[in-house]
Design a protein around this ligand. Structure first.
Ligand code: SF4
Ligand code: SF4
Length: 338
């Protein structure tokens, strides 16, 4: 008989500095509870870090060869979707990488990312779903499925497509030559299917100043309605670090968030994703829970292998906690329509 040795995952907050040189305590966020029971609002699923693009700012450093975040097969994801249902999940987001590609699709061995489609079908039976996509070309192999799922689920299925700018040259400078035209065509076709796409971009890259100007500039491109969602901050991580280095810039130093910072920055712990979200990632063959989708592949922030195990205090001790969530207006991965 073979005895299985259970190797425990590194428990958060292993390896985190919880008191600074001035003796101030690290800020933290506790998971959401209702009537003494943990509840989950948003579940994020990082389907894999492989992508057909290699955008200059990509914080997951995704590319056609980056498989660090592995593809999630349906049979391994299903129990986690069922757990999320038990804890009252209200929205499920799929992101990557590009969710519509895997190795087989990218190397032209298969037209569709079949496991993703199975994951998507199952998730839609549980909660409304939003898919984040670059909307370039591989999503089009999945149009028949998306059309069918829209007939069945209506607005319960949303697609969030990145269009970095209303101007092609600015989008292409970040995402690659001709990508604006390809993504524009996809958005147009999604509208023809009845979807109201959510167009998403990073505010720091836009020259328009006000929310109204930004919304109007995007809407003017399309005959039918679009929603617009903005990411307020850009992370110094992944390809963005390489991009900064090419411009001769160093990343800004990490900000130590203390328990007092929430009131100083006028952000409540309850407004942060680590309060109401969890994110699933597959790394080294295992499903792992993270507090949010902006921290990945960092054992210091792993919260375990199950949702129940993941309901633990999260110390805001990652560089992205300030750079993304707390700086300025504060960013979130949740869709917030302008
Ligand atoms: S930003 Fe999105 S589309 Fe661009 S490389 Fe990263 S995952 Fe792919
Ligand atoms: S990055 Fe934001 S959501 Fe994630 S743990 Fe830090 S503060 Fe929380």
């Amino acid at each position: 008989m073979i005895t299985q040795i259970h190797v425990p995952v590194r428990q958060h907050p292993d390896g985190l500095e919880l008191v600074n040189a001035r003796g101030e305590n690290r800020g933290y966020v506790d998971p959401r509870q209702v009537n003494g029971r943990y509840v989950l609002e948003d579940l994020w699923i990082m389907q894999g870090s492989i992508c057909d693009l290699k955008c200059t700012h990509c914080y997951t450093a995704s590319s056609p060869t980056n498989n660090r975040l592995e593809q999630m097969a349906f049979e391994e994801l299903r129990p986690h979707l069922e757990d999320a249902a038990r804890f009252g999940v209200q929205k499920i987001y799929f992101t990557g990488g590009e969710v519509f590609v895997n190795e087989a699709v990218l190397r032209s061995r298969a037209p569709m990312n079949e496991e993703f489609v199975r994951n998507l079908r199952c998730a839609l039976e549980i909660a409304p779903v939003e898919i984040l996509t670059n909307g370039r070309r591989y999503i089009r192999n999945h149009f028949a499925v998306l059309r069918e799922l829209r007939r069945r689920h209506g607005d319960r299925l949303r697609l969030r497509v990145t269009l970095e700018s209303p101007r092609a040259a600015e989008h292409d400078a970040i995402r690659g030559k001709s990508t604006f035209a390809q993504t524009f065509e996809t958005i147009f076709q999604l509208q023809e299917m009845g979807f109201i796409p959510v167009l998403t971009a990073e505010r720091p890259f836009l020259s328009e100043q006000t929310d109204e100007e930004i919304r109007a500039a995007y809407q003017a491109l399309f005959p039918k309605p679009v929603e617009v969602n903005l990411i307020e901050n850009v992370m110094e991580m992944g390809h963005q670090l390489v991009h900064l280095a090419k411009q001769g810039q160093a990343p800004k130093p990490e900000v130590f968030i203390t328990t007092n910072c929430f009131s100083i920055l006028d952000k409540s712990p309850e407004s942060l994703m680590c309060h109401f979200s969890r994110c699933i990632q597959k790394i080294d063959g295992e499903i792992r829970y993270y507090p949010c989708p902006v921290i990945y592949d960092d054992p210091r922030f792993e919260l375990g292998h199950t949702l129940e195990e993941s309901f633990r205090r999260v110390y805001v001790a990652h560089k992205n906690c300030y750079d993304y969530c707390l700086k300025g207006r504060g960013a979130t991965c949740r869709t917030r329509s302008l």
